[in-house]
Write a protein that binds this ligand. Structure first.
Ligand SMILES: *Cc1c(COP(=O)(O)O)cnc(C)c1O
Length: 389
């Protein structure tokens, strides 16, 4: 046996989403091209000052240097419950219905270990954030993919899920506002999810990373707002996009206490919680002045307006999203997702993500992340127009 023979679960991994793009990007960069990267969904705006100041103070306190509590500081869990009540009108027991996470990706990735046995199925949307499928694989489960199609407003169609799969499924992942399609879900959809989950005994994991990033007055709801949701599921939230804190690694899960307890048991055996100084900064983010969120929204609204208009002028078909900092753009005729992404990179120095990177039904689309200043976006538009595709 070879010493470094990798475990089978690594062989089952889909190719890393940005691998091919990163390789091409390096190639184009080596030619001295000035690259405009609209690929990765990582905010370019700094974390608000009052949050940074809270961290600076907290980092000087020796009590924050020790192991934190596994499930999160009481102060942080209280802050989450307070924010949730204020934002969604849902009451949470901070001790039993909230757990802190080292970013929501961490929580989503560990969650199936608590509820999936080898051979169990999980219902996983596609195109999607890759973590749902990979987390299912790592737990020994099988993903049954639910295509998100334009004709269904990028919501899964439960009628096409075979009974046999619905009965074998233990978990369903959903994500609204959605990455990568930027689709949103209304309470009626969430009610249908509850009904489907109850009749098939499925645990619902709602990834709610983008509830705060919505435009022109639209306010996305929480899954837990709809009747019965608390009986079937939990919701993952992140401070990453709301407060420009992707590098800080802090998020939380809220919802059904058995789900929270299961996740907590996995986590207490793997990690030792979130650095307390970061949790203190998280309290400031959630319960402090929310003017920074309005400012963040305003910045993306202006970028979105500029980019949608520019793309339309360049002949691309794209809707104005109600939420998320993504644009899900239709690929022009005679191109594939990969083909257009390669052309934009090689001929215009603009990095976008091919829709197929998120799953096969992403064919026919590419994703733009509005994570560059307006001047750079305007430059990208000029270059794309010059291609005359
Ligand atoms: C960015 C993102 C997250 C959040 O990740 P963190 O680990 O909290 O930084 C989760 N889900 C989706 C769909 C995302 O796009």
């Amino acid at each position: 046996m070879e010493i470094f023979k990798k475990a089978d679960r690594l062989k089952k991994l889909p190719p890393y989403l940005f691998k091919e793009i990163d390789r091409k990007k390096a190639e184009v960069m080596a030619k001295g091209v000035d690259i405009i990267d609209l690929g990765v969904g990582d905010p370019d705006i700094p974390t608000p000052t009052h949050i940074i100041e809270a961290l600076k103070k907290a980092v000087d306190e020796p009590e924050n240097h020790r192991y934190p509590s596994y499930s999160g500081m009481n102060g942080f869990k209280d802050a989450v419950a307070k924010w949730y009540k204020m934002r969604f009108g849902v009451e949470l027991d901070p001790q039993r219905e909230v757990v802190s996470l080292i970013g929501s990706k961490e929580g989503i990735a560990h969650f199936p270990l608590a509820f999936i046995n080898p051979g169990d199925a999980a219902l996983v949307p596609t195109p999607a954030y890759p973590v749902y499928h990979v987390a299912t694989l790592f737990a020994g489960g099988e993903s049954f993919f639910m295509p998100l199609l334009e004709e269904n407003k990028f919501l899964p169609d439960f009628d096409v899920i075979p009974d046999e799969i619905a009965q074998r499924a233990r978990i369903m992942f959903i994500n609204y506002p959605n990455n990568p399609t930027s689709a949103v879900a209304d309470p009626e959809f969430f009610s249908r999810v509850v009904e489907f989950a109850k009749s098939n005994k499925i645990l619902v994991c709602h990834d709610a990373a983008y509830t705060e990033m919505a435009f022109h007055g639209y306010r996305p709801g929480s899954f837990l707002e709809v009747e019965g949701a608390m009986d079937v599921g939990l919701e993952f939230h992140s401070l990453s996009k709301t407060y420009n804190m992707t590098g800080w690694r802090i998020g939380f899960a809220v919802g059904n206490r058995k789900a929270i307890e299961g996740l907590g048991t996995i986590k207490s055996n793997i990690d030792s919680g979130v650095f307390q100084a970061i949790q203190v900064a998280g309290i400031e983010a959630l319960n402090g002045d929310q003017a920074c969120v309005a400012e963040m929204i305003h910045i993306y609204e202006r970028r979105q307006d500029l980019m949608v208009k520019g793309l339309n002028e360049a002949g691309f078909e794209v809707d104005v999203p109600k939420a998320t900092f993504y644009l899900w753009v239709k690929v022009p005729e005679d191109y594939t997702s990969n083909g257009i992404a390669a052309a934009l990179l090689e001929d215009a120095g603009v990095v976008v993500t091919p829709g197929t990177g998120f799953g096969e039904p992403g064919e026919g689309y590419f994703r733009i992340a509005l994570t560059q200043k307006r001047e750079r976006l305007a430059q990208a538009i000029e270059r794309i127009k010059a291609l005359a595709l």
